[in-house]
Design a protein around this ligand. Structure first.
Ligand SMILES: CCCCC/C=C/C(=O)SCCNC(=O)CCNC(=O)[C@H](O)C(C)(C)COP(=O)(O)OP(=O)(O)OC[C@H]1O[C@@H](n2cnc3c(N)ncnc32)[C@H](O)[C@@H]1OP(=O)(O)O
Length: 363
């Protein structure tokens, strides 16, 4: 972001405030919190209002964001606000331009890049600066992408991540809501979770996870619903549900014990032990681990060869392997989603989320 030697003038600041009102695309909760904090700092100076209660999630998140700016001078906050708005305006301008690779890149996704080539449809999580944390929009786009991939003429479907992470799991800012919305949001979250996992249970073609880096939460538990899981040796597998006051999802309360035995599953799902790629491979969660330096080359060469195999034979074999469990998995998915709906409304869960958002706790 550019900063002038003089800093932004009051006129620049007011114009940025007006520009924000005209912004068509929602910039997301994190950016909105940053804008709020810098606006307050620029207009009122350091935060000196009482801290809202722990259950007043929205106001507490706003207060935390403002308070985190400490004694940042008003002029700097004003400049930062102007820079933030100008970044948003230019990115929304550029998003309307036609991209050169648009012929093979499928349009219509904001949080994913979906491409189809050589018999392989690739769905790439595309929020690298947020470690591909999964927002509500992202869950919905992944479901749409899977639906499209199930019907296209590709042989194999791949899910991977852009940047250093595969995914850091559920975006914890999904929980930035006011107390009176909590019950309804938990209800909708449980439906979203059930539908999302259901798409993986029912996916009809070979589904491959190309785990390019660390995976957290639901991006780990969902892996057992894939047919192949290839991992870079840089990847780690972490399910810190108890730390977050939450419980396992994506059928892992059933699939993990049946895959690795109850004692090893408990280590991950109850106590949040983080596994290396080699450990995950030894437990059967990962098919094969590759050195990070050759990961992309080796994996894509392998997948391109597989994609030339007879399409219908692959599809039917997958269904034969998976169909025995399908009904059971749907029932488990529904039950896990129901339990999480309750968990999301618990003090344990809310405190853990607020600790992350106020940067008191990281994994
Ligand atoms: C509706 C369906 C619900 C399904 C239920 C699913 C449950 C789960 O998936 S539980 C797992 C939830 N995930 C986490 O608890 C991870 C939280 N993130 C972290 O602990 C760390 O960010 C990290 C270890 C993943 C990475 O640490 P580090 O390398 O130090 O990088 P930063 O923390 O600075 O992250 C960069 C940037 O990304 C934001 N971010 C990362 N992960 C998340 C997340 N899960 N939710 C929200 N935001 C996330 C982080 O806040 C940073 O943002 P900026 O500060 O704006 O740069």
């Amino acid at each position: 972001m550019s900063k002038t030697a003089m800093g932004a003038s009051q006129k620049d600041f007011e114009s940025a405030v007006n520009q924000m009102k005209l912004l068509k695309k929602d910039p997301g909760n994190e950016v909105k919190l940053k804008l709020y904090a810098h606006y307050k700092q620029a207009t009122e100076g350091p935060c000196n209002t009482p801290k809202p209660g722990v259950f007043d999630l929205i106001n507490k998140a706003k207060w935390d964001a403002w308070n985190a700016l400490g004694n940042l001078p008003k002029e700097t906050a004003r400049q930062n606000y102007v820079d933030l708005v100008s970044g948003l305006s230019s990115s929304s301008d550029s998003s309307s331009q036609v991209k050169p690779e648009a012929d093979r890149k499928q349009a219509g996704y904001e949080t994913l890049v979906m491409t189809s080539e050589d018999g392989i449809t690739k769905i790439m999580l595309n929020r690298p600066t947020k470690m591909n944390a999964l927002t509500t929009q992202m869950y919905q786009e992944i479901m749409l992408a899977l639906e499209a991939a199930s019907k296209d003429d590709s042989t194999i479907t791949v899910l991977t991540g852009n940047g250093s992470y595969f995914s850091s799991g559920n975006d914890l800012t999904n929980f930035v809501i006011s107390p009176d919305e909590l019950e309804e949001r938990a209800r909708r979250g449980a439906i979203l979770l059930r539908d999302f996992v259901g798409c993986f249970i029912d996916f009809p073609k070979p589904l491959v996870a190309v785990v390019n880096g660390p995976a957290v939460g639901i991006s780990v538990t969902i892996l057992r619903l894939f047919d192949l899981v290839y991992a870079s040796d840089r990847a780690t597998f972490h399910t810190p549900f108890s730390h977050l006051g939450q419980t396992p999802e994506a059928c892992s309360s059933y699939t993990f014990p049946s895959l690795m035995g109850p004692a090893k599953a408990a280590e991950m799902l109850i106590f949040g032990k983080k596994l290396t790629a080699a450990e995950a491979c030894a437990r059967g969660l990962v098919t094969e681990v590759f050195p990070d330096s050759t990961f992309q080359k080796e994996v894509w060469t392998r997948l391109k060869a597989y994609s030339k195999l007879p399409r219908n034979a692959l599809r039917i074999s997958k269904q034969m392997i998976r169909n025995h469990e399908k009904e059971k998995l749907h029932a488990i998915n529904a039950e896990e989603s129901r339990i999480l709906q309750e968990r999301w409304q618990s003090d344990e869960c809310m405190n853990a989320i607020m600790n992350f958002l106020s940067r008191k706790a990281k994994l």
